[in-house]
Design a protein around this ligand. Structure first.
Ligand code: PEP
Ligand code: CO
Length: 503
């Protein structure tokens, strides 16, 4: 197969050179041949790259972490249904987010991305959407704090409205202290968390449920963001119930008081403080693009530009386990125009990173790529400098973000997955220090967090301990920072970044 992209950046190996060995497979992930091309342009009018990439061309590549569905007929029916469904996001919004992320690459904005490790059907039913409202509110509180301290816009992106599918290190899972072994739980969009054989069978119908929950979630988030709920004039009400009265809550109120004073001052000067920037919050949603049949079915082509977009979320990212340059996930991502993230773990080689940038951003478009490093506390100095160095050497424009969660997961003696607040803080601190030392720009942070008062991560101001974890451990997958731990992190980060404290 001939790959026709030509890279125009001076002094670099061309895309063709790097991809002369790109392999192709004739059968798709589900063992069935290629199908469906979304583009309505006649074949003859499409350019070479469009001919090569299709929403379904990932099916020709080796795929990891996507399940085989035993009920193929049902799978086809679900895919057909999703193809007819409304987009969750619009192309203009994705382009707007790309612009904002590009600003973060230049140090003119900061990206705050956060939410559940895995969204869940049960939690949504149990809290009737309150969990979404609370995580949204928490992100707003954190962003206000950061914005005030840094003096720059904070781009708010939820890990929500689509974060339902999980990559797993092992295909099988053993029940705690028992002999029974079953296929791993892969997120509510794929199979059930219950430890029973039937629940663990991948069920395509779950994609439809995830789609509907995502539409309800995005609807709620849009109402909260644009309906006056986060008007800075009522900043004192933007405080989560459970942090009200706590040291974090009080600290937030100090910021709130200062912001209120500034608004009052503006008003007494005759400046109208009623712009949408003050009364609304621009908010975006994101998830890992893991379950490719779902992603493919929600690809839509923008009639004006001819570009394809994943309409399942504004930003989608490629996980650390599925970022093989010759793999299906990278193939899918290269053809969609959304801003995308790439998780960069310790095993990522510089050559692979550059190859990924060639494939996913051949035009070196600012805002297109966010590199999310997640190497673990104590390992940042070993890995981040080599990532930064090769990206810089080749003149690539990326936005650097830090995920201090996924390199810091551990299991307690009682078998619960947890993370230490201090490890999270340490990775964040080293991330910022390395960027400062190398004259590079830290553009954002990526967190697993919730507005609920859960007890999933150890430490923080309340010194949650091992023994506390069982009190309220609700995560479907990885442990999340609770609201007070998240706010504490935001305060420390704000002070560190504005030079007021050494974390
Ligand atoms: C995640 O962000 O939920 C995740 C699984 O991350 P990673 O791919 O970095 O392990
Ligand atoms: Co996770």
């Amino acid at each position: 197969m001939v790959v026709c992209f030509v890279l125009t950046l001076g002094g670099q190996r061309s895309f063709t050179q790097r991809h002369s060995n790109r392999r192709h497979y004739s059968l798709g992930a589900c063992g069935r041949p290629l199908k469906m091309v979304v583009s309505t342009k006649p074949h003859s009018e499409r350019n070479a790259s469009e001919l090569l990439w299709r929403p379904s061309s990932w099916r020709e590549m080796p795929v990891k972490q996507v399940p085989s569905y035993p009920d193929e007929a049902k799978l086809h029916e679900v895919e057909a249904n999703l193809r007819k469904s409304l987009p969750l996001v619009y192309t203009g919004e994705c382009e707007q987010l790309k612009k904002l992320i590009a600003r973060a690459s230049r140090g003119e904005a900061f990206v705050l991305q956060g939410g559940d490790c895995a969204e869940s059907f049960e939690e949504f039913e149990k809290y009737g959407g309150d969990n979404i409202r609370d995580t949204f509110l928490l992100l707003i509180q954190m962003s206000i704090t950061l914005m005030y301290a840094l003096g720059m816009p904070v781009v708010k992106i939820g890990r929500m409205a689509g974060q339902f599918a999980k990559p797993r290190s092992s295909p099988m899972e053993r029940e705690k202290n028992k002999q029974l072994e079953l296929p791993s739980y892969r997120g509510d969009m794929i199979n059930g968390p219950e430890f029973d054989a039937q629940a663990r069978i991948p069920d395509p119908e779950r994609m439809i449920r995830a789609y509907h929950q995502s539409t309800a979630t995005i609807n709620l988030v849009r109402a909260l963001a644009y309906g006056g709920f986060v008007d800075l004039h009522r900043i004192h009400e933007i405080n989560l119930e459970f942090v009200n009265g706590t040291p974090q809550g009080k600290r937030f109120l100090e910021y709130a008081n200062r912001i209120s004073d500034a608004l009052r001052f503006m008003s007494s000067c005759g400046i109208q403080a009623d712009s949408p920037m003050i009364k609304q919050a621009e908010f975006f949603v994101s998830h890992e693009a893991l379950l490719l049949p779902y992603e493919e079915a929600l690809v839509r082509r923008d009639e004006d530009t001819g570009k394809h977009y994943a309409t399942s979320g504004h930003m989608i990212w490629c996980g650390d386990r599925t970022r093989q340059p010759d793999g299906a996930h990278v193939e899918f991502l290269r053809g969609i125009a959304n801003p995308i993230g790439i998780k960069c773990g310790p095993s990522l080689k510089e050559s692979e990173l550059l190859e990924l940038l060639d494939i996913l951003n051949p035009d070196n478009e600012p805002g297109r790529i966010t590199l999310i490093s997640r190497v673990g506390a104590g390992r940042v100095r070993e890995h981040l400098p080599r990532f930064i160095e090769c990206v810089r050497r080749e003149g690539r424009v990326v936005t650097w973000s830090c995920d201090p969660m996924h390199g810091n997961t551990m299991t307690t003696a009682s078998g619960l997955k947890t993370r230490r607040f201090d490890d999270i803080l340490s990775e964040v601190k080293d991330f910022f220090e390395v960027h400062r030392e190398m004259g590079s720009i830290p553009g954002g942070i990526h967190l697993e967090m919730t507005g609920q008062n859960v007890t999933e991560c150890i430490g923080g101001m309340y010194e949650l301990s091992d023994a506390d974890l069982a009190t309220r451990f609700e995560s479907r997958c990885d442990p999340r920072l609770n609201a007070s731990q998240s706010l504490e992190l935001a305060f420390l980060l704000s002070e560190y970044m504005s030079g007021k404290c050494a974390i």
